[in-house]
Write a protein that binds this ligand. Sequence first.
Ligand code: 13P
Ligand code: SF4
Length: 327
Amino acid sequence: MKETREKKYSNFESNLKLKTQILKLLKEKNAVLLAHYYQIPEIQDIADYIGDSLGLAQNAEKTNADIIVFAGVNFMAETAKILNPKTKVILPDLEAGCSLADSCPVEDFRKFKKKYPDHIVISYINCSAAIKTMSDVICTSGNAVQIVESFPKEQKIIFAPDKNLGGYINMVTERNMKLWNGKCDVHDILTTEAIINLKIENPDAKLIAHPECKAPVLELADFVGSTTAMLKYTIKDNAEKYIVATETGILHQMRKDSPKKEFIIVPTDETCSCNDCTYMKMNTMEKLYLCLKNEQPEIVLSYEVIEKAKKPILRMLEISKKLNLIK
Ligand code: 13P
Ligand code: SF4
């Protein structure tokens, strides 16, 4: 017990020191820290901007900073580099990947695409830069329904890589998009059993879910949306308790924004309520400090990949602006 408390105290002290040093370096180097809601609270609290994939992409595009420090995962930092190629983009840990992006290997996807030559490709932003170069338009969970609906009903569409998000959009928009069979290991593991048990224990709680969850989970939800959409919902809605079907990182902002409300994360199994994304949690304060100090690891992409991948991402941002989804 004593040891744990001492350990916590020393973490707190060293994080405080690191925080001061990180903030100093950010200023000295004219760097901007962009962080996803799934980052550890210490990183979220010092970020210049914190948001979901859509907000982060938009901020990466418009920043005038000399360096973007991306506290998120690889595909997010790649997107930042594609949108702002003149700016140096660094990521605290280059190994911070994404199980969903990994579930769509380029050569397999090329074969899949060939089977449907009359289809356009809408890809979820959680994919590699190479998959983006093979796409007509990108979407995020914050605009996926609207991006699909911006095409006529007769338009034939391949949706990649998330089968759960794709299935959800098919249901909402009454389409029949061909779905790539990919999934996020964090969201796909959440079960209706765990949710029903929580609902029995907390009959007054509302269920909010990320669209990367399986269809039966989404069917039970009172609200389905991106990380930012879920956060906004809990601020505006008048319930006092929420069962949250997504990654644990978002609870930090939910509790900060609505301190009187209760948030219960859906557990991954009976003994654990720790559905953390291992990739997102690879970024620590220490790695963040070192990456800023040494200006590496850096995201490097070829000119060709940047030019090809930029088109579908810019198309997404244009559609989102037109529809007032972003300013
Ligand atoms: P958001 O679009 O909500 O940021 O989702 C990103 C993500 O990786 C969810 O797993
Ligand atoms: Fe990828 Fe899932 Fe982690 Fe999001 S939560 S970064 S989709 S592995």
